[in-house]
Design a binder for this molecule. Structure first.
Ligand code: PLP
Length: 447
């Protein structure tokens, strides 16, 4: 007699049969079926509980099922689910104002809303081209900017390769600092900054700075390993872009909304770009929303010129109402300050793991935005699995060990994200750090 499948097995099979999952060969996929979330945890259909050590995809900043946010979504659904973009909307206006107040610009900002980060980057580039009358755009290697037409071409890593040859021409890549594996052959942070800026300036000369509309970068590299740029780099890029009339775009899709302990990384590093693209944390990922924040002096260009972008869902009432409620919760509950406290606990705990474990080359990050980089040898820094190799390889064993201990996170090649919800308590983090510690011990035993 064949045994009946559990509900979880049945739905996992259905998922594989009827759904295509992102960035994966489908055949080998095996994952729990997540059906419910609460606080810093989510649950599968068998009732297994997982601590969300990555905030989903660095997005559920408030954790799961925050009661006030759930209520705001319910209220909005009962009030207005859609209105045309050609008419104004109350929540859209209020969120625009709230974002302007959060923005790093004294002059304020205006927001163009999208449904995610990739669309926001696509639109930001088109807006920068319209503003400058220039076409070329520069982006860094080791970056991720999203999976739509232009944003995937801006992306500086292997996720772009499946979408080549480029259908979005005019994008030039350059190297940015990476202190742990310097592309500029130095271990001195100040020299790293100086050489990286020199490389950017020399690249500009060969590309013709008068042809460059925008430079886009993540102010802290996100899914490519949480790389915090050495002091002076972002300010140097700002100086160079200003000199040449180039629009500077910070992609704050991951870093925005408290991840670094302030509203935006622009504030953390005290560097003002011209545009900020955002998504994820703006609604704590409860409802899809992204957008482009444009500093007021540049947004005025579109008082007399037609904005060259638009979407059926640009500023969708459900999305902006959720964004507005999220931002209110950030303020009311002091979440950005809480992220700084969480950051202190993370730094202490992860640096301790780095000291203890031979396979951790570096624990690095800022605020509540951290990653562990795994190596074969701490001295030579040889990566545990090759960057741009055949995938996670043995790193899969680490995620399996974590899963066994009720902890979810994700990573790319030899880097593992540690980016819990900003509402994580001391006890919850202690549990996660202990699970990381014992998972890494078990993982190392199998190397
Ligand atoms: C820095 C950055 N930019 C853009 C994106 C794309 O955002 P979305 O997946 O919402 O399109 C991501 C997604 O992870 C990201 O990390």
């Amino acid at each position: 007699m064949t045994q009946a499948l559990s509900k979880q097995d049945e739905l996992a099979a259905k998922h594989k049969k009827y759904v295509l999952s992102s960035w994966s060969a489908q055949g080998a996929l095996a994952a729990p079926v997540i059906a419910r979330g609460e606080g810093r945890h989510f649950f599968d259909l068998d009732g297994n509980k997982f601590f969300d050590l990555a905030s989903g995809l660095v997005s559920t900043n408030l954790g799961h099922s925050h009661p006030k946010l759930v209520r705001a979504i319910q209220d909005q659904a009962a009030t207005l689910c859609y209105s045309p973009t050609t008419y104004f909307n109350d929540k859209r206006a209020e969120l625009g104002e709230a974002l302007s107040k959060l923005s790093p610009w004294q002059e304020g900002s205006r927001a163009f809303f999208t449904t995610g980060g990739a669309e926001a980057n696509d639109d930001a580039i088109r807006m920068a081209r319209a503003l400058t009358g220039r076409f070329k755009v520069m982006a860094t290697y080791r970056s991720y900017h999203g999976s739509t037409g232009t944003s995937i071409q801006l992306t500086g890593e292997d996720r772009r390769w499946g979408s080549e040859p480029a259908t979005a021409p005019g994008i030039v890549h350059f190297f940015a600092p990476y202190p742990y594996r310097s592309p500029f052959y130095t271990s001195d942070p100040a020299e790293e900054t100086a050489r990286a800026l020199d490389h950017l300036e020399r690249t500009l000369v060969f590309e013709n700075p008068k042809k460059i509309a925008a430079i886009i970068l993540e102010p802290i590299v996100g899914s490519n390993g949480v790389i915090v740029y050495p002091e002076g780099y972002l300010a140097g890029v700002r100086r160079i872009t200003e000199q040449h009339g180039i629009v500077l775009i910070f992609d704050e899709v991951m870093t925005g909304f408290g991840r670094t302990g302030t509203a935006f990384a622009a504030e953390t590093f005290d560097v003002q770009p011209d545009f900020i693209t955002f998504a994820k944390g703006v609604t704590s990922a409860y409802i899809p929303l992204g957008g482009v924040l444009v500093r007021e002096s540049l947004a005025q260009h579109w008082d007399t010129n037609v904005l060259p972008v638009g979407h059926t869902y640009a500023g969708h009432p459900m999305c902006v109402a959720t964004g507005l409620a999220t931002v209110k919760i950030y303020h009311e509950e002091g979440i950005f300050d809480q992220a700084k406290v969480l950051g202190g606990w993370l730094e202490a705990g992860l640096k301790e793991l780095e000291r203890k474990h031979a396979s951790i080359g570096e624990a690095r990050g800022i605020g509540a935005f951290w990653a562990l980089e795994f190596v074969k040898d701490k001295i030579t820094r040889e990566p545990l699995v090759e960057w741009h190799g055949d995938g996670p390889g043995i790193m899969k064993n680490l995620y399996a060990e974590l899963k066994k201990r009720g902890v979810y996170t994700f990573g790319k090649f030899n880097c593992t994200m540690v980016t819990p919800p900003l509402t994580t308590t001391r006890d919850e983090l202690n549990f996660a750090l202990e699970a990381l510690d014992s998972s890494i011990t078990a993982f190392e035993a199998g190397l």
